[in-house]
Design a binder for this molecule. Structure first.
Ligand code: FAD
Length: 436
């Protein structure tokens, strides 16, 4: 039977769209099957109910993230900086403290330096796990919470540190692997402040959609089908057959599946996925969090707020002045711990730091409950790094994995999605060329 396409890409987030651009530019017949009614996946720039365009999902990028930076250069896009905070508010249990933002960061400096001091030694080449794989494997059993507990911090540092890693993991630190922390820091040259800057400082002036649209426009010869949910991927001797929810079947010589780990098991793979990856997908990776945008009456001043991982909202950051009001972005480690559709519930959380704030509206999306993501940004739990990396590197099958969850470098970021999309497309293009 003839193939419908050379390559079918399942999922139209950054990984899928980048892969499609590369494949179609290489002259391969490429089809993208996307379940949502839009491209972009876990990035979503949209007009918010709070009155302006906002990034509801992924937002910040940085020049130390080589793949996204190369795309920003390629399409000539501009960045804007998030406002530098002046004041910080932090909670240790019920005890509220505040001071200049630099004072709060200074409290984190010693424990963060100690936590991450082996990052470059353990991952001397952060895109290559082999040089120190034995040490990495040994460390991969440990959660970041176990490692923090061993540091013997005072209550203030302990609360701040727990809160900071809950923010980084978009989940509770006891579920996040210590190797993920080392990985981020190794990619930032061993400098935790640079790592922190990379996570939440610079954003695309036109939102993430400006970059996504530029890449998608370059994939113009791709057949993009929205509202198309894939339910089954069956490999056969000449490639693979994809079945969609409406019963449509399509064949291709290769399939790139860019499905987030936490919803991977919603697709029936035949033969089944590598056993260990199946186990990781069943237990889920560590992110379970929430991101919300909050409109607050008047000028709040440029501030950040932090609390430990037991708080439903444990981090706030001032982002925009808008028509005399302030737009604040908030994060929490467990999306089901707060009804963010209820402005009163959100205000009650803000009042734990600042009783003077009046919430006028809240907007967001529950990515953790969303059946097409099941997670926010991927952060692996202990004992997941090697199975995920091994499955992502498997080129023996017609079905390949790509996506931020499976990236070698900045997994969890837009950069990782782009990296993995480029990698899968290059490999497949070479293979199909050789088969001709
Ligand atoms: C709240 C939040 C904040 C974030 N903040 C940042 C940040 O500031 N900076 C940063 O770099 N990154 C951030 N990220 C992470 C970043 O957005 C993601 O890592 C990246 O966008 C993932 O891209 P992807 O293509 O790998 O996956 P996705 O974007 O998830 O794309 C996968 C696609 O597959 C589709 N799909 C799923 N199942 C099926 C199916 N069965 N059939 C067909 N299609 C299917 C989905 O609809 C989706 O479009 C954030 C993410 C979230 C959620």
């Amino acid at each position: 039977m003839q193939n419908d396409s050379d390559v079918i890409v399942v999922g139209g987030g950054f990984a899928g769209v980048c892969a499609a651009r590369e494949l179609s530019r290489a002259g391969l017949r490429t089809t993208v099957l996307e379940a949502r009614d839009r491209l972009g996946g876990r990035t979503w720039t949209r007009h918010s109910t709070l009155g302006r365009e906002l990034d509801i999902g992924g937002t910040w990028v940085h020049w130390i993230q080589p793949h996204v930076w190369s795309e920003i250069t390629r399409y000539g896009l501009d960045l804007i900086a998030s406002p530098e905070p002046e004041r910080a508010y932090w909670r240790i249990g019920d005890d509220l403290r505040s001071g200049p933002a630099d004072d709060m960061l200074a409290l984190l400096d010693a424990p963060m330096t100690e936590l991450l001091d082996r990052a470059r030694a353990v991952l001397p080449q952060p895109y290559d796990y082999l040089p120190k794989s034995d040490e990495l494997r040994a460390l991969d059993h440990i959660s970041v919470a176990d490692r923090i507990a061993a540091q013997g911090l005072d209550p203030e540092q302990s609360a701040l540190f727990d809160g900071m890693w809950a923010l980084n993991f978009s989940g509770v630190p006891k579920r996040g692997a210590y190797t993920q922390a080392l990985r981020w820091c190794a990619l930032a040259g061993g400098d935790w402040r640079l790592m922190f800057e990379a996570c939440a400082t610079y954003k695309l002036a036109g939102g993430t959609r400006s970059l996504l649209d530029a890449i998608a426009a370059d994939a113009a010869r791709t057949d993009i089908r929205l509202n198309t949910t894939v339910t089954r991927i069956r490999e056969h001797s000449g490639g693979a057959e994809v079945t969609c929810a409406d019963g449509t079947r399509m064949r291709a010589s290769r399939v790139i599946a860019t499905i987030p780990i936490n919803v991977l098991n919603r697709i029936d793979f035949e033969p089944p996925l590598n056993h260990d990856l199946h186990r990781v997908a069943a237990e889920g990776q560590a992110s379970t969090g929430l991101k919300v945008w909050i409109r607050v009456r008047g000028d709040t001043g440029r501030f950040v707020a932090l609390a430990d991982s037991t708080a439903p909202l444990n981090f706030l950051q001032y982002e925009y002045a808008d028509d005399g009001d302030s737009l604040i972005v908030g994060f929490g480690p467990c999306s089901d711990a707060l009804d963010f559709h209820d402005p009163q519930a959100v205000q009650a959380e803000l009042h734990k730091w600042r009783p003077d704030l009046e919430v006028l509206g809240v907007d967001g999306h529950d990515w953790t409950a969303d059946p097409l993501s099941g997670e926010t940004w991927p952060m692996l739990a202990p004992d997941q790094l090697m199975p995920v990396q091994e499955a992502a590197a498997d080129i023996s099958r017609a079905v390949r994995l790509a996506g931020s969850d499976y990236a070698r470098g900045w997994a969890g970021f837009i950069d990782g999605a782009i990296e993995s999309g480029l990698r899968a497309a290059r490999q497949i293009t070479t293979e199909i060329e050789c088969e001709k």
